[in-house]
Design a protein around this ligand. Structure first.
Ligand code: GDP
Length: 328
């Protein structure tokens, strides 16, 4: 049994080992750990309301770790405390992780004002995302000012991360104009700021052209009420040369401030809380059903009938649900 109150106090006091332990507890799949984790998070919220949560996505090789390290160092240099978390779909499958490699972000990892945590591994992306959202709440309660949540640009994980952050940054590489279509429209729609990285050396001109292409594409998107004039916006950066980072931070804070003053910031958090509440209920219901022996047996027999073609999937599902309702 964990001393939840003691752990919560240590986390609030900024004890890094306690923070790491708290996140391990959240990631555990043991039922007793889960109960402790739920109590812990309850004790820690609504502390940490002032942390700005930023989603960051981009395909492998675009420069995410280089950017996060440079950007993170710039922020800690300003006296801010920065936490980096990740939602990595590949960790759900393989147990590996985009942040698992110890050589990534070495400088930032040594910075006392930074905290880096690899993606939790899990059976499914949904589980990884749910636990990362809770980890974000815990690091916020530990007094971090900025929580960066990184994900790989491969689809569903972006949407999940967008649902747990205040704003979303998409990192892309310089490319020919015809590659613009390569970025999925859905990702464009959740991006608040697009940063074309590697705007240095021979790639600089190409990066500037790519940025103009994206700026044009963003102007064609439907205007969202939660965007001030000029947003979503595109800009160039070089994570390697560490240029454009301060401007990117200025764009991020200007957007956050505007949304705060217009009420969209609080509204988004409220909507997210509602969303994750429903997600947890849905997930918990399914898990309970799967753990119930009678339901498991019915899943087996009806499933076998569906497999051998004697029952249609819809009819079998309907029967199972009927049985649940009547308790048969
Ligand atoms: P990730 O897979 O998105 O995390 O990308 P990395 O940060 O590992 O970077 C992939 C490669 O791009 C590495 O060889 C980096 O050195 C290089 N890279 C990252 N940022 C820049 C940049 O701003 N300019 C240039 N020229 N190369 C960069």
């Amino acid at each position: 049994m964990t001393d939840v109150t003691g752990l919560a106090e240590a986390v609030r006091g900024g004890d890094r080992r306690a923070l790491a332990r708290a996140i391990t507890l959240i990631e555990s799949r043991r039922a007793d750990h889960r109960a402790d984790a739920v109590r812990l998070i309850e004790q820690l919220t609504p502390a940490g309301h002032n942390a700005l949560r930023i989603g960051l996505s981009g395909t492998p090789g675009v420069g995410k770790s280089t950017f996060i390290e440079a950007f993170g160092m710039m922020l800690t240099g300003q006296g801010l405390r920065v936490a980096v978390l990740a939602v990595d779909p590949s960790s759900a499958r393989s147990g590996g992780s985009i942040l698992g490699d110890k050589t990534r972000m070495e400088r930032l990892a040594r910075d006392p004002n930074a905290f880096i945590r690899p993606s939790p591994s899990g059976a499914a992306l949904g589980g990884v995302a749910r636990r990362t959202r809770e980890a974000a709440a815990v690091v916020a309660a530990a007094g971090f000012d900025v929580v960066l949540i990184e994900t790989v640009g491969v689809g569903q994980s972006e949407t999940m991360v967008a649902d747990m952050v205040d704003l979303f940054v998409l990192l892309i590489a310089p490319a020919g104009g015809d590659e613009l279509q390569g970025v999925k429209r859905g990702i464009m729609e959740i991006a608040d700021i697009i940063l074309v990285n590697k705007a240095d050396g021979e790639l600089r001109d190409q990066a500037i052209r790519t940025c103009a292409d994206y700026a044009g594409a963003l102007r064609l998107l439907r205007h969202r009420p939660e965007d001030p004039p000029g947003y979503p916006k595109a800009a160039v950066v070089s994570a390697l040369d560490e240029t454009g980072l301060e401007a990117a931070w200025a764009d991020i804070t200007a957007l956050a401030e505007w949304r705060k003053s217009e009420g969209y910031f609080a509204q988004r958090r409220a909507d997210q809380n509602r969303h994750w509440f429903e997600e947890e209920v849905r997930h918990g219901l399914i898990r309970r059903l799967e753990e119930d022996p009678a339901t498991r047996a019915a899943l087996e027999t009806l499933g076998a009938e569906v497999v051998d073609g004697t029952r249609a999937p819809g009819a079998a599902a309907e029967e199972l649900l009927q049985r649940l309702e009547t308790g048969a």
